[in-house]
Structure formats: C-alpha cells, structure tokens
Design a protein around this ligand. Structure first.
Ligand SMILES: Cc1ncc(COP(=O)(O)O)c(C=O)c1O
Length: 427
C-alpha cells in the first residue's frame, strides 16, 4: 500500500492542479463507517461535513442493494425496467402534488443543466435570474449562472443572459435587519422589468432555499414566496436546487423549498440522493415535461440505470425506516441551541435548519468584517481535534456543518465542546 506522501506525489504528477485538497495538512482517509472516517494511521474523525453520505458512510443496506443489482443487471432507460419506475414513483410521492415526472441524471450539475434546458425550451427564452454567491454546478452552462464561480477567482463575470439579485442576507447583505424580504423581492421585480424593457422574456429563476456555497444562508421571510409569484406572473419558471439540502435534512420538512412555503415548477436533486453513488434527478410537472418533448429527445447513458435507481430507492427507504428526518430535526435543533449559547466576539450569526447549519465569523461587531483567516484556522484546528467541518460563503468566513443524517446528540456535544475549547485557546 502506498503511504500518504507517495500518493500526494502521484497526485501532483497525474491529477489536475485545479483539484484542491481539504485542510492545510490533508488527510488520507481509508475507511468510512456511519458518521466516522478513519485515516491511514487508524485515527478516527467525526464527520460533520459530508452531506453526500446522507444515511452514513458504507451503510450495509446500500452496499447490499448496489451489489445485488450489479450482480443481476445494469443497463439504461431504453428497456422496460421495474427498478426505474418504482423509484420514480417513490421519489415523486415525496413531492407536492403536480411534481410527478422524473428525469434521471448523474450529478447535481447535470440535473441543473437539464433544468435550464427545459426552462429554455418551454419559455423560448434564455434570460435567467440567480442569487449573488449562488452555486449550481461545474458545467460551463452552470458557471455562467453561478455567481460564486464567475464572480470569484478566474471568473469572467455574468454573461448577458444572467441577472444577479444581491445575495439576500439580512446580516451583512445590501439590506440588513429582520424584515428585508420585501427589499430583496423588489430587486427581483426590477430585474423582471429590466428584462421586459429589452423586449425579452424571463426563462427561469434558479435558487437554493438555503444557500450552501452562499454561506448556509436562510432566506428572509417571504422572499421566495413573493419572488416565485412574480416570476410565474412574468411567464418564467422557478427552479428549486435541492442538491445540498433535500431528503429530510431540514428536519421540519423533506425538501428545502417546503420550509419557504413555495412549490417550484422544476426541482433538481443530487448529492445525498445516492449516498455517494452518482445519481441525480430533475422533477417537474406533466405539462412542462410534455412541452419539453419537442422531438429532440433526452437520452442519458447512465442516468436512471437500474443500479443507480436501486441505490436511490434504498436511500429513501432508509431515511424512512431509520427516522432520519426526525433525527435531523431533533439533533439539528439541539446543536443549533447549543451553538447559540456560545458567547464569543468572533461569532456573528448562527443560522440554518435541521442538520444544515452555519456559523458566520466576524472580526468587528460594528464593521462586520468577515473573519476569513480565523474561519480557515478553526476548520484546521477542528480537524486536528478529530472533527471535520468546512468553510464557505462569498467571504469564506462561514463554518459549515452538514453531517450524515445519523449524527447524534453526543456527536453534537463533542462538536460544540471542541469548538468552544478552540475558541478559548486561540481567540
Ligand atoms: C447547490 C448545488 N447545486 C449543484 C451542485 C453541483 O453538483 P455536482 O457537484 O454533483 O455536479 C452543487 C455542488 O456542490 C451544489 O452545491
């Protein structure tokens, strides 16, 4: 077996330098089990960041479902197959009525790209409205609509068909305070007017109901409800990107958009959907799917293959059988309350829902200057102490907590006490 240094050297030679590694001293993980990861020296880490492994690393029932289906058959959607229709039925059962047609894809990016393609076909327009600091994927079409990328290092800014609403952040954003929803909705209204003034039509508004790369940002009250209404009135379609936040993670609801009291026209899913296996989906209405069916056809070699569907279906069953949505509510609320009680000048805001929480660090209570270096250092100190978290947000000053859904109250205690001891020791 190669040691960590040898692997790092090979990585430098054979992998692209645009792939980054987490942590100043990267870790060499060789095993995952439940909410724990183990490195090559046998050290155990509490995983508080990998939301993809939704029901836990190496869940035996997922391994079994994958192995059984692989042993029997893995083809594509061009054959009559029971696995795909049963999964599509189970998945749409979790959606509000009307959202009952699935397209299967292989990554969050593919799902969002297809959602854009559907919206563009149905509206006969490309004009897309997005949120500042939003991230929707790695394809060229998505870098174009992801301010997190095109406004960041190496980015070329938004192309002409993309309109950016200021990140709706009541804490450090353009409008601040408790009741900022209306002010941010007005920005959406202005953009729609602007699009119309150029004799163009709105195609889509794409949004995460809690922003992930945007810094675990909970949207202001009514922002989504009122914005979605304006978009629909203008003839555009609302796309809810649930790639990070779906499948019960919010605790109170199965989907993030439900926490904002809206029903989107198109929903995109990914990440946790296959517990690490590449499977994702676009879900929409019959009407939209029929309008999209213009003869061009949608075929995806791997999307919706029986193995992916068997795994996805098993993830859904495990969430139900193990009560993981309830666990996200219980442990998430417990963790949130404990974090709220920490009294330290670096902590600007604790936010999030269920097991999707963020701690925004700031340097100065008046200026609210982002404590980016401190966030980076704390992420690394936490890792040294055996707990994996990460940082994000446009200023990279938000500590992100999004563990597998089997995280326990004891895990939450360990995370909080470690965080407090690091704050006390270094700041
Ligand atoms: C909100 C959101 N949408 C889409 C994507 C893209 O998903 P993938 O990396 O599976 O292509 C991501 C990835 O981080 C994401 O956070």
């Amino acid at each position: 077996m190669l040691n960590s240094e040898e692997i790092l050297n090979l990585r430098k030679v054979y992998l692209s330098p645009s792939l980054s590694l987490s942590y100043e001293e990267p870790i060499h993980i060789i095993k995952g089990k439940g909410q724990y990861l183990f490195d090559a020296k046998g050290r155990r880490y509490l995983d508080a960041v990998n939301n993809i492994q939704h029901v836990g690393h190496s869940h035996p029932l997922i391994v079994e479902a994958a192995a059984n289906q692989y042993a029997n058959l893995n083809t594509n959607t061009r054959y009559i197959d029971q696995t795909i229709v049963e999964y599509a039925k189970a998945l749409t059962k979790k959606m509000p009525e009307g959202l009952d047609v699935c397209f299967f894809t292989n990554s969050g990016s593919e799902a969002n790209d297809l959602a854009l393609r559907i919206a563009r076909t149905v509206t006969n327009s490309k004009e897309t409205i997005v949120l500042g600091a939003g991230y929707h994927g790695n394809l060229s079409s998505l870098v174009e609509i992801s301010s997190y990328k095109h406004d960041g290092p190496g980015g070329l800014g938004a192309p002409d068909h993309v309109y950016t609403i200021p990140r709706p952040d009541g804490f450090r954003g353009k409008y601040r305070g408790e009741d900022t929803g209306a002010a941010y909705v007005d920005e959406v209204n202005q953009v729609i007017k602007n699009i119309h003034s150029m004799d163009k039509k709105v195609s889509a508004f794409i949004v995460e109901s809690i922003m992930g790369c945007g810094g675990q940002l909970v949207l202001p009250n009514r922002f989504l409800e009122d914005s979605f209404e304006l978009i629909n009135k203008s003839g555009g379609l609302n796309i809810a990107d649930e790639v990070q936040i779906g499948f019960g993670r919010m605790g109170s609801h199965f989907w993030g958009f439900e926490t904002c009291n809206v029903v989107p026209d198109i929903v995109t899913l990914g990440k946790s959907m296959g517990n690490g296996h590449p499977v994702s989906a676009v879900i929409t209405t019959k009407e939209i799917s029929e309008q999209f069916n213009n003869g061009m056809e949608y075929f995806n070699s791997f999307g919706g293959n029986p193995v992916s569907c068997a795994i996805g279906h098993k993830v859904l069953n495990i969430i139900e059988d193990e009560g993981l949505q309830d666990n996200a509510l219980d442990v998430g609320t417990y963790l949130f309350e404990k974090l709220k009680k920490i009294d330290h000048s670096l902590i600007g805001e604790i936010r999030g829902k269920g097991l999707y929480l963020g701690i925004e660090l700031i340097n100065d209570l008046k200026l609210l200057s982002p404590a980016r270096a401190e966030a980076n250092a704390i992420e690394n100190y936490m890792k040294e102490a055996g707990i994996l978290i990460s940082t994000d947000g446009p200023d990279h000053n938000v500590l992100k907590i999004k563990p597998p859904m089997i995280f326990t109250r004891d895990n939450a205690d360990e995370l909080v006490s470690t965080f407090i001891s690091i704050l006390n020791k270094y700041y």
